[in-house]
Ligand binder design. Structure first.
Ligand code: OGA
Ligand code: MN
Length: 281
């Protein structure tokens, strides 16, 4: 079995070179879990996985969960592979996909440990836009000046679906607005997540509404400065999708967002997720 990881950015992203025949072995699963921890984003160019293969690989990495059905769907028994698309014929709740245009972590408002990893296969790419960007919240914390680290000590932010929908709320047709934005998922988290590994990462993004005990304006300004810091070029990676690419990332150590694409672009991503086991504290 031959596997090699080629770094693409200083603190984030590695291309995985592995034979397709070896892709579904325990050993590859183990090495990928290890490297996910170190490199945050792993890229398998043109892997062309079928849904069954994506599910098999997902199961190699950990316990599979369907985060969208937990958060927003009225059909908790739905397909194990979630189709990320703005196509109204397939996705009747495109608002939540529009929310992915903004820096976020998946599943952070749900009352369970944040999902460990998200896995995406590009089934159809958009001609314009649709690149996915990732920013390491491990690097963001590690390289903060000491006085900023000290100032974050003990601070907690309140995360909500409503906050993540605020940038698009006025674009939702009025008849649907109440239904879409009334998902009352709210969860507070420390801004600095002290990890079981001994490292720390930031828990920030569009879901973070305000900082507990701080005037709203001051807290929001702090949260947006942290996001701006975290997405600097050395800490982030933009993936230019080609059809068949498979990308997986450590959702506990990164924010991500997609560059806007049109509903009629045909863009279609197949998504699976792995459950987390580490509560934020
Ligand atoms: C998501 C997401 C990114 C993309 O489905 O949660 O952030 O590139 N998707 O579609
Ligand atoms: Mn997402």
């Amino acid at each position: 079995m031959d596997i090699a990881f080629e770094a693409v950015k200083p603190h984030i992203g590695s291309i995985v070179h592995v034979d397709r025949a070896d892709m579904f072995t325990e050993e590859v699963g183990r090495r990928c879990r290890e490297m996910l921890e170190q490199r945050t984003v792993l890229i398998f160019p043109r892997a062309n996985l079928s849904d069954a293969e994506q599910l098999a690989f997902t199961d190699l990495l950990g316990a599979r969960i369907n985060i969208t059905s937990r958060a927003v769907s009225d059909r908790p028994d739905e397909e194990p592979v979630y189709q990320v698309t703005l196509d109204r014929r397939i996705n009747r709740q495109p608002e939540y996909v529009l929310g992915t245009f903004f820096w976020h972590m998946d599943g952070i408002t749900v009352d369970m440990p944040p999902p460990k990893a998200t896995l995406l296969s590009a089934r159809h790419v958009a001609a314009v836009g649709g690149q996915t960007e990732f920013a390491s919240t491990y690097a963001a914390y590690e390289f903060l000046p000491d006085e900023d680290k000290a100032a974050l000590e003990g601070l907690r932010a309140v995360h909500s679906v409503a906050a993540s929908l605020r940038p698009i709320a006025d674009a939702i047709p009025e008849a649907d607005r109440e239904r879409v934005t009334s998902i009352g998922l709210i969860k507070d988290h420390p801004i600095v997540w002290k990890r079981e590994s001994g490292r720390s990462s930031l828990v920030i993004g569009t879901t973070a509404d305000h900082v507990e005990g701080m005037p709203i304006a001051h807290g929001r300004a702090l949260l947006s400065r942290l996001v701006e810091w975290a997405v600097q070029p050395d800490f982030s990676y933009r993936h230019e999708w080609e059809e068949g690419d498979f990308v997986i990332w450590d959702n506990t150590g990164a924010m991500h967002r997609v560059i806007p694409y049109d509903a009629d672009s045909g863009r279609m991503m197949h998504r699976t997720s792995i459950a987390g086991s580490e509560p934020v504290n």
